[in-house]
Design a protein around this ligand. Sequence first.
Ligand code: PEP
Length: 264
Amino acid sequence: MDAPRKKYIIGNWKMNFTPGEASLYLNKLSTRIQPTRKVQVVLAPSIVSLQSLSLQVNRRQFKLATQNFYWRDYGAFTGEVALTQLRGFVGYAIIGHSERRYLFNETEKDIAQKVAAAIRNGITPVLCIGETALERKDGETSAAIYSQLTSGLHEVSKEDIDKVIIAYEPVWAISSNKNAKPATPIDIVEAEHFIRKHIAKLYGKEASEAISILYGGSVNKNTAAGYLEIEGIDGLLIGGASLIADQFCAIVEIAKGVKDERQY
Ligand code: PEP
């Protein structure tokens, strides 16, 4: 029998914690979260902490992710960091996060190049997609998801699609946005179905059933179970609550307890 699907709990620490603080926080999490094959816990500290945390971390317990990188592998790109420099430290890369799209003007082309660079460097891309409040208001949710998914996966071949994780993060649900409100399970199921349908069109049914789709947006320990119990949702990408040990550890415990009948 195939193994049950793995749940992913990814903590995006954003621009928080000095390397010293990050080290203390990792230490705290590692005393409270026991490794399990059922749940892959991934921590995404600031780039400046990745090297030291990679020496400290127990890789059976946690994997590390980079929040950002430049897609070329080397060269004269002052101030940038390549995945060739990070790949000894991280197993995952967050790509296309709405803060990068809208605050730092990352284009669809940049995002597609980053996904390709991650695959080329043996790192799992976590491709974030999601509509803005305005797009939702104008009835353009599906169009926004369609466009971000199509362009984000533009460089990904049929052989490589199983290396990609998708995170559905409606921009209006992310806690750092004004008037943020978490998505409802109905919103998420609709988006998840739409994403799988589109992946099926691009890569076939098997790929669409196998791909992991996460939800992110104002998740906390009180709401996590409701999201993790949605069939078709394979985990959570967590911002604010990942910075609070009690919250994050409780969410990982909840993920460990969720039953998933799917075998992919
Ligand atoms: C995020 O920024 O990816 C995120 C989901 O943040 P929060 O959990 O704080 O809404």
